[in-house]
Design a protein around this ligand. Structure first.
Ligand code: COA
Length: 252
């Protein structure tokens, strides 16, 4: 049974979590198929990736039935292998957009946070219920959320809030754009098409550089910028774009 679907249109790839009867709960089988999808040629050679959920939710989070009896050793083994899928998604060289509707909870929100951008429709409902069931967001979500919204807000969302909607997620800076009901995928595809038009190497390097800045000292960050520019200055895309500007053929 296919729990993850990959569809390529032009330079853009759409990955659909497809376990709608369980609100796309992230079972290990689904995570394994997501890992396979990320290694698929159609995804690897695309210029931008949209991740969405089938049915009435983006994802209601980790599969509670599966992790209920997990042991500490089992959990650590999981994160050495299958649980890496969240990081693999984040590490895609090309930009990614999570198109969110309905529930986006727990591990579902962690997966969405691993995308570069999030577009939510008005039905989107976010939440991190982990602490209320005696655990914490542990697929990169606690780390990403703190960097995205700050420590105090992250604690608020993890400890005090049950659910928050798309407008609030936008105010917090978690969501890039809020759209009308049913338009999240369509709008994400538009953004993906816009990203796909940009020079691909510059996009990849800018994405990686931005990710590294959060981990770097000012000095290291400045060095990354300068080295990245030095490398990109030699690309055909950069040469052509600057020549076109000088020759008044087009604006960069
Ligand atoms: N893990 C496993 N199964 C899940 C799930 C999860 N995280 N979230 C939903 N499902 C399953 C339900 O068990 C149900 O399966 P069933 O029809 O075989 O009984 C199906 O998906 C539909 O969910 P249901 O609860 O009937 O829908 P609802 O609209 O009444 O409620 C939620 C939706 C999201 C509020 C509710 O399903 C829920 O609280 N899910 C758990 C969310 C969570 O805590 N996630 C984080 C885990 S760390």
């Amino acid at each position: 049974m296919s729990l993850v679907q990959v569809r390529r249109e032009g330079a853009v790839c759409t990955i659909t979590l497809s376990r709608p009867e369980k609100l796309n709960a992230l079972s290990q089988a689904l995570e394994a198929q997501l890992a396979e999808a990320l290694a698929d040629d159609a995804v690897c050679s695309s210029r931008a990736v949209v991740l969405c959920g089938a049915g009435r939710a983006f994802s209601a989070g980790a599969d509670i039935d599966e992790f209920r009896n997990a042991t500490p050793a089992g959990i650590l083994a999981y994160y050495r292998e299958l649980g890496q899928v969240y990081e693999r998604f984040a590490a895609l060289p090309q930009p990614s957009i999570a198109a969110i509707h309905g529930y986006c909870l727990g591990g579902g929100l962690e997966l969405a946070l691993a995308a570069d951008f999030r577009v939510a429709d008005r039905t989107a409902l976010f939440g991190l219920p982990e602490v209320s069931i005696g655990i914490l967001p542990s697929s990169g979500g606690t780390h990403r959320l703190v960097r995205m919204v700050g420590v105090a807000r992250a604690k608020e969302l993890m400890l005090l809030r049950d659910r928050f909607d798309a407008d609030e997620a936008f105010r917090l800076g978690i969501v890039t754009e809020v759209v009308d009901e049913g338009r999240a995928v369509e709008r994400s595809l538009e953004i993906a098409a816009q990203l796909a038009e940009l020079p691909p190497l510059a996009v990849q390097v800018a994405k990686q550089a931005a990710n590294l800045m959060a981990e770097s000292s000012r000095e290291a960050g400045r060095t990354i910028e300068q080295l990245a520019y030095a490398a990109l200055s030699q690309t055909v895309e950069h040469r052509e774009a600057t020549e076109a500007f000088t020759e008044k053929r087009r604006k960069p």
